[in-house]
Structures are given as C-alpha cells and as structure tokens.
Ligand binder design. Structure first.
Ligand code: ATP
Length: 329
C-alpha cells in the first residue's frame, strides 16, 4: 500500500442520524489505521466541516461506540453547503488539512452534497445511512433495520392494548417521501391497512368502507399503519370512529424510531460498508457510493448511484393485502 496516493482521510456523518452510523465511523477509522492512514473525524456534518471542526481519531476514540445509537461525531444540516461558495470553502478547509478523501455517511441529501463537493476536486466516498431506506442505489441503508425493529415492537405493544379494548388504531411511522418503514412494519405486525406516500390515493372513503365491511363481518380491532408523509392520523382516526362507531385512536411513534442501540445487522453491515469505503480508496477509486446490491457490497460511481430510481416492490404491497384478506375476528 506504500504507493497508495491516499494518506489522510476525513469522515463525517450528516443529515438525519441513523443507528449504526457509529459502527461505520469505527470501521472507517480502524480499517484505515490498519493500512497506516491518518483519519480526521469531522463533527456536525457539512456544517461542522465549514467551521473546521475536525480532529484526528485514534483507534481508542472509536471504542465503546459500536453499541450506541445516534452518532458520536454529531450530525447537522447546512444551508451554506448548498451553495457553491460554501462547498469551495469546504474543499479548501479539507486541503488545508492535507485530506485526500472524504467519507460522508448519510442519506440522499448527504450523497448529493458529496457529489457536488467532488466537483471542487475532493475525492468523496458516500456511505448510505438513513432509517428511511430511500436511496435508490442500494437495497440496504444503515439504520433501517433498527428503525423497523423498534417500530415493530412499538406497534406490537399498541396492538395488545388495542385488542384488549377492541379499538381501531392508526399508527403513524416515519417516512416523509418513502414508505419502507410503513411497508415492512405492516407486514411484520399484520396490519389490516397500510398507507404509503408512494401509492396512497387519498381516497379515505374507500379505506373507511373497507374497515366498515370488516366491522360488519364482526372484526372489532384494526391496525392501520400510516406513513408520516400522509400524516393526519388524528383526523383519520376521528373519521373512522364516526363512520364505524368503534373507538379509534391515533399514535405517532415519532422520534423514538430513530434512536436506540443498533441491531446486530446494522452493526455488521455498517462495519462492512465502512471497510468497503476504505477498500475503495486503497484501490484508487474516486467519487464512489458504497451500496448493497444483489446480496453484495460494492462501490459504484456516485453520479450514477444518484441517477438510479427504485419503486416500492409490488409483491410486498400485494402481500400486505393478501395476508389479511381472510381475517379472524
Ligand atoms: P435523511 O435521509 O436522514 O434526511 P440526508 O442526508 O438526506 O439524511 P439532508 O438534510 O437532506 O439529509 O442532507 C444533509 C445535508 O447535505 C444538507 O444539510 C446539505 O448541507 C447537504 N445537501 C443536501 N442536498 C444537497 C445538494 N443538492 N447540494 C449540496 N449539498 C446538499
């Protein structure tokens, strides 16, 4: 590795925090150090980068973090980085520290920011971390597994009380534009209805008619998983109660879905992605996205990664309906 042009790398976490970000930073740091690279940890994402908030990470600095949610490097959003002048400043700051490459861990916005920064001559490697799974280039994002498991447990608990009281529950889960958390938890929790931003036609009447049909056939409790992007859970619950005469409650799971100790899968996959980021740099690759596709971890061109699109899988959607078609009372 002595002829490798990369000697110093910087790493940051940006956008919404996701459980497993710490495992990724730890892997980037420790794998780099195995190969004699210097690692600088940037605090508070692109906002902190613009304030030159960075310091060298020793292997011990990333000890005791793999099991923690959030990100020990903190995260932030930056309006200044959205402007070209801001990114030019950021590139100059990185150069002043002799940084050869930046590993940016975050979601879609973080990836777009990384691509724009690459146009200022900085070699960037983007690692996908978002609880929403809304990056088209990869079928796994750091944090999703923990978030869906947390939401699933919460929905199971609400179901217990909802069943005991023979109530209807509208449960709002995170996902402004992407319904993956709603989709997965609805299958995992046996929800009677799931409303996804990508597919919901806002036809409340059809939804309420389906519920009334089941109520008429003797079903007393319902779980309706609603994605944040659709929202209005309180008023939906009120309309359902009016139409069915069955007590209906809305619960918004909110930020509890973000935090918490990462699952084993998130710790292991985040570690593998962190390692892959360093491998890509050692192989001399430039401006890449680390992805999990077809069961494999790979690095692909960042611009191409951002041009990819993905759809909610049809078979998952069909399954949400078929699994509850023949309901029990
Ligand atoms: P999450 O999916 O969890 O919200 P994210 O990475 O998408 O995470 P954003 O707030 O969208 O979170 O993006 C993080 C930061 O990346 C922004 O605050 C901004 O500084 C930068 N960024 C986002 N989009 C762009 C863009 N098009 N050009 C330059 N920088 C961008």
């Amino acid at each position: 590795m002595s002829n490798n042009p990369v000697k110093t790398i910087a790493v940051l976490t940006s956008g919404g925090d996701a459980p497993g970000m710490n495992a990724a930073v730890r892997a980037v740091t420790r794998v780099s150090q195995t190969y004699g690279l210097r690692v600088l940890g940037v605090r508070r994402g692109y906002a902190g980068l613009l304030k030159d908030e960075m310091s060298e990470l020793a292997p011990s600095d990333v000890g005791n973090i793999v099991e923690r949610g959030g990100t020990f490097l903190y995260t932030a959003r930056s309006q200044r980085f959205m402007e070209k002048e801001g990114r030019q400043e950021a590139a100059a700051i990185l150069r002043s520290h002799d940084v050869d490459a930046l590993v940016a861990i975050g979601g879609d916005g973080t990836f777009r920011g990384a691509l724009e920064l690459s146009k200022e001559g900085i070699n960037v490697i983007a690692v996908p971390a978002t609880i929403d799974l809304d990056l088209a280039c990869t079928d796994y994002t750091i944090g999703f597994d923990t978030a869906v498991n947390t939401a699933m447990e919460a929905i199971d608990r609400i179901r217990d009380t909802s069943t005991a009281h023979e109530r209807i529950s509208v449960i709002e889960v995170m996902g402004r534009k992407a319904g993956y958390i709603a989709l997965w938890t609805s299958i995992a929790c046996g929800a009677e209805e799931v409303l996804l931003p990508e597919t919901y036609d806002y036809n409340d009447r059809a939804l309420i008619d389906r519920i009334k049909e089941r109520v008429a056939a003797g079903k007393k409790q319902h779980i309706i998983v609603n994605a944040e992007g659709i929202g209005q859970s309180e008023s939906l619950a009120a309309r359902i109660e009016n139409a069915t005469g069955i007590q209906s409650r809305a619960t918004n799971l909110g930020y509890l879905q973000r935090g918490g100790s990462p699952t084993c899968k998130d710790r292991v996959y985040a570690s593998l992605m962190g390692e892959k980021a360093v491998d890509a740099l050692l192989a001399g690759h430039r401006n890449r996205a680390i992805v999990h596709l077809d069961g494999e971890f790979k690095d692909i061109d960042l611009a191409e990664a951002l041009n990819m699109t993905k759809e909610i899988p049809e078979n998952y959607l069909a399954l949400t309906v078929n699994l509850v078609r023949h309901f029990h009372k």
